[in-house]
Design a binder for this molecule. Sequence first.
Ligand code: UD1
Ligand code: CA
Length: 462
Amino acid sequence: MSNRPLHIVILAAGKGSRMHSSTPKVLHKVAGKSLLGHVIDSSLKLEPEHIHIVVGHGKEQVVEAFDGHISRAKLNWIEQTEQLGTGHAVSTALPNIQGDANVLMLTADVPLMQANTLASMVDAMQSHSLVLLTAIVDNPSGLGRITRDESNTVTGIVEQKDASAAEQKICEINSGIICAHKEPLTQWLSKVSNDNAQKEYYLTDIVDIAHQSGHPIAAQHPADNAEVMGINSRSQLAHVERLYQHVKAEQLMAAGVTILDPARIDIRGDVEIGVDTTIDINVVIEGPTKIGAGVHIAPNCLILQSEIDDGATIHPNTVIENAKLGRNVNVGPFARLRPGTNLSDSVRIGNFVETKNAKLDVGVKVNHLSYVGDATVGRDTNIGAGVITCNYDGAYKHQTTIGQNVFVGSDSQLVAPVEIEDGATIGAGSTITSKVDKDHLAISRAKQRQISGWQRPKKESK
Ligand code: UD1
Ligand code: CA
């Protein structure tokens, strides 16, 4: 890398009119992360001195969205009160950069850019004062075109709206990502005018000015053209989302995960998945999530911010959020594990079971139609069908404590706070309101009676 300090400027002040949205364009999301978030995170990998972000439209909303970012100390928000063009936006940011520097300029609406592509541009700054990232594309429509002379030297960038018919045929486009040495950059920008079709101060005009003044210009290409895909519309947003998901699926498969249909999986945020895990169709996983090896995830599961250990089986239509699942657990179909669920190894959660703030020890079984909330359940306890921990009294939440090897009969209500000691048995249909002692049977249902010769009511015939 060039040894000048690196400063990054991200342009994010534009309105994004083509999105037709009340949300600023740069806060729209790809793979669960805002466009600007992607650009900031790639930028951070280059370890710049600072990241200067030029904001304008929806600036409060944009700045607030990054309040909790781990590297917020590196982020310097700069307001561009009027959006007079990309050149004007960079000029607004430059006074914030002290001393000599390389300035890497990025646009917030190009989210798939990879850090190694940017790093190689910064490397080229050792022998150039201006480095462009360009790409050869099939459809250059709407983008700035790179002009070159007979010796193939870059001479400028012409915007679509200012391009002649011949220039519009050029297929080498400007990605919008440019790196420049601060001193000459400041001078070039001072010479940019707004004498063009859009009456804007174009950053792209510095290329012609640099060329005229004899500065060597480098043009590099990204490894994959997807990196320079810009987002101006919701259609492009969806397109970039699919490109991103395709790359994610390929990475997971290359690392030993079986994905039944790479077109029907969505991975958002940081997700780790171990070898020989199989993921069936229509599974959405949001990070931070860690899934172990040899896990089987059936169709239509939603897994959010959770940890699932090796050998687990997740049956169809299961929703798991903020939960921790041990080895070889077996969950679903149609289970809902809510935040604070902690399942030890070999726990079995069956269909239509909901858990929340519940710690279930090794080998616990909750097979059908139960609610276990604000509870701890000891080893090998079996909870029958339709059992409810009544944890809420209308004002407060209360705890249910169930020991080891307990058998809770079907359709019982455990009214918290309540404790059931080890080895106890609860008869089916009981409402338990006080402590059940170790190895005792508790039963609270009405005794069965029989009335002989019972006549059901009959409708009178007219
Ligand atoms: C720009 C480039 C074009 C390139 C394309 C790649 C210019 C003049 N054109 O065009 O050559 O092919 O990107 O995607 O640079 N912005 C500000 N302040 C402003 C104007 C824009 O911060 O006053 C920000 C926008 O929020 C956006 C970025 O700069 O993030 C680019 O602006 P946009 O209007 O999208 O430029 P394009 O027409 O896409
Ligand atoms: Ca754009």
